[in-house]
Every structure is written in structure tokens, then in C-alpha cells.
Design a protein around this ligand. Structure first.
Ligand code: TXA
Ligand code: MG
Length: 322
């Protein structure tokens, strides 16, 4: 996705859907309408494609993304649904509700999609074009809102083009979004349902369905508080940064052509997109390789473009846990 190429505007017909699905299958990026806002979609199993989302949006952080599926059956192949989650999905899917549930270890999802957390946010959108695309593609689609980082969410194809022209493969044009605000996000702490983000489905409807009040959390506070995120995300082994040469006694995670003899490399050629795609997976692999007490030393990563997001995550991984 690094070479600037024209972004195709695909029509709302079977040919447009088939072409959009083809881009996704090739690891490309396709914006598509949902009833809430336009999403910027990529194959949720493909680390490289998911990294491309962050690159296209210019996002400095790898926050976790929502994975879109056509229905509850497809969702259950990816995650475990406790009874309350299954009840909400049955009542409100397809629709503007996202459920954060424990991801299955064998789900085949990119680690980047849930930013190293052991939960995943899942949603079955109701928009007929989103449904058609998900069924034509036949796999899970990671999609944040299809805007540049910091800009407002797009509710028309033209908004997507304004922000992302030349940075993504295509936009599937479904006209204006009906709901216009993002989905409501609900997670669970034990048996307690928690409202992580108010959105297109009113909290009252969720409480009525569950017969129980929702706790309220600020989602970003909950996810990005360093201790909390680190405890999910950081490897068991201690991580040290800025290792330009082979570290004594530690495993070495390299980046770029000068890191000869690294145990693993994020990208031998120094490609930040490849490095982002490898980041979480490589940290897991090194953690498995590490002897008790052995550290993981990471080569310096340039602090621009996706490198900023990589460094943000590495700094969290290197923060001593309490
Ligand atoms: O309506 C929507 O939800 C749109 C359309 C495209 O579906 N999507 C959307 O995605 O708003 P995004 O990436 O902008 O919002 C994702 C948010 C994260 O910022 C975080 O708050 C929450 O979902 N999230 C995702 N995964 C999570 C997880 N595992 N635990 C807690 N929160 C999570
Ligand atoms: Mg957004």
C-alpha cells in the first residue's frame, strides 16, 4: 500500500462487491459503508493488511480494531460468547452493537487486530452492502472508521475519498450512512456488562435486554492505561530498547540490514509496514524462546510513520510491570 495509486470508487452492485472482495483477498484496503459510519476494511487474518490500515490512517497508536462478521455463527468461530454476549448478539445483530469477548487462540486473527489483547471486538453490521461484502469475501474484516487519524468519521463515500484518496485501494459507495455515529461497544468483567463506548444502539435497550444495568468505562482509559495494557500485551520476558548491536545474554529482535545475527528481525530491509505486521507475533515468538530471566533486546526503530506506533507499543512493552 505504500505506492500511491488511484483509489477506485466501486458501485453498489454485484460487480462492485466482487471487486471489493477481491481487493480484500489480495491483502488490500477497502472502505465500505456500514449503517453507522464507513469502515476501512482489511483481512483481519493478515498482519500486513491490518498494519496497512494504521499506515493509511496515519494512526500513531495501534489501538485495537473492530472485526466485522456477517452473523453470530461467524463470530463464534473467532471468539467465545458468554451467555450475556450471546443474548445481546441474538437480540441486536446485525446492527450497531460491538461486543468485546475473549478471542479463541485458534481464531487465526492477526495479533495486531486486537493490539495484543486476549479479547476481540466483534460486530455484525446491518448495512446490505456490508453484509454482501462480508459474505462475498468469506472472512473476518478488521475496520476502524475510514478517516485519517484525528479527523471525524466519514458517513459518505466522498468523505472517505477526501481523507484517504491514493492511500487505499477502493471505496464501495453505498451512499449516506443511516446511523452516522459509531457502534455501541459492550464488554464484560466477569458477569458484569460494561459500556465501553456509547454509540448507535442506546444503552437503555441493552440494559432492558439483559435485565441489568451497564457499568460505564471510558474505553481508552481502560485500554491504554499503561499498566493494564502492558499486563495483557507485554511479553513475560523483560524488554529493553535501542539495542544497536548484539546484546550479551539477551535475545535480539532486529530491524534493518545492519542487525546481522539477530534472533528474529522485524524487517530485514527496514520496511516499517512489514515491521508493524510482525511486531506482536515476533514478541510472542521471542517470549517463547526466552530462557527464564533472559531479556529481549530490540533494535532502534525510526520514529516516523508507522515507526511511531511501533515505538509506542515497544515502550509499553518495556515499561516495568507493577
Ligand atoms: O461503528 C463502528 O463501530 C465503526 C464501523 C466501521 O464498524 N468502527 C469503529 O471502529 O468505530 P474504531 O476502530 O474506530 O473503534 C474501535 C474501538 C477502539 O478504539 C476501542 O475503543 C474498542 O473499539 N475496542 C476494540 N477492541 C477492543 C478490545 N479488545 N477491548 C476493548 N475495547 C476494544
Ligand atoms: Mg474512529
Amino acid at each position: 500500500m505504500s505506492a500511491p495509486a488511484p483509489t477506485s470508487l466501486l458501485p453498489d452492485n454485484p460487480d462492485g462487491v466482487a471487486r471489493a472482495a477481491g481487493f480484500l483477498a489480495d491483502g488490500g484496503l477497502v472502505a465500505f459503508p456500514t449503517e453507522t459510519v464507513y469502515g476501512l476494511g482489511a483481512d483481519a487474518r493478515n498482519d500486513h493488511a491490518v498494519a496497512g490500515i494504521f499506515q493509511a490512517k496515519g494512526r500513531p497508536h495501534f489501538n485495537p480494531l473492530i472485526v466485522h462478521v456477517p452473523d453470530l455463527t461467524a463470530a463464534q468461530a473467532l471468539a467465545e460468547f458468554p451467555p450475556q454476549a450471546a443474548r445481546l448478539a441474538t437480540a441486536f445483530w446485525p446492527g450497531p452493537l460491538t461486543l468485546v469477548v475473549p478471542r479463541r487462540p485458534d481464531a487465526g486473527l492477526s495479533d495486531l487486530v486486537s493490539a495484543g489483547l486476549d479479547t476481540v471486538a466483534l460486530r455484525a453490521p446491518e448495512h446490505p452492502l456490508a453484509q454482501a461484502l462480508l459474505r462475498a469475501f468469506g472472512g473476518p474484516v478488521a475496520a476502524p472508521s475510514a478517516n485519517r487519524s484525528g479527523a471525524v468519521s466519514p458517513t459518505r463515500a466522498v468523505h472517505v475519498i477526501e481523507g484517504l484518496e491514493g492511500r487505499i485501494d477502493a471505496v464501495l459507495d453505498g451512499g449516506a450512512c443511516g446511523v452516522g455515529v459509531e457502534s455501541t461497544i459492550v464488554g464484560f468483567e466477569g458477569n458484569q456488562p460494561v459500556l465501553l463506548r456509547p454509540g448507535g444502539l442506546p444503552a437503555e435497550a441493552i440494559e432492558a435486554c439483559l435485565g441489568q444495568p451497564l457499568d460505564i468505562r471510558a474505553p481508552n482509559a481502560a485500554i491504554s492505561a499503561p499498566g493494564q495494557l502492558a499486563s495483557h500485551y507485554a511479553p513475560g520476558a523483560a524488554v529493553v530498547l535501542g539495542a544497536k548491536t548484539a546484546p550479551k545474554g539477551a535475545l535480539w529482535l532486529g530491524f534493518g540490514p545492519t542487525c546481522m545475527g539477530a534472533d528474529l528481525t522485524l524487517s530485514a530491509s527496514g520496511d516499517l509496514l512489514e515491521a508493524a505486521a510482525n511486531l506482536f507475533h515476533h514478541l510472542r515468538l521471542l517470549d517463547d524462546m526466552a530462557a527464564p530471566g533472559q531479556q529481549i533486546a530490540v533494535a532502534p526503530i525510526p520514529d516516523h510513520g508507522l515507526g511511531r506506533a511501533i515505538n509506542d507499543r515497544l515502550q509499553r512493552a518495556a515499561t516495568p510491570r507493577t
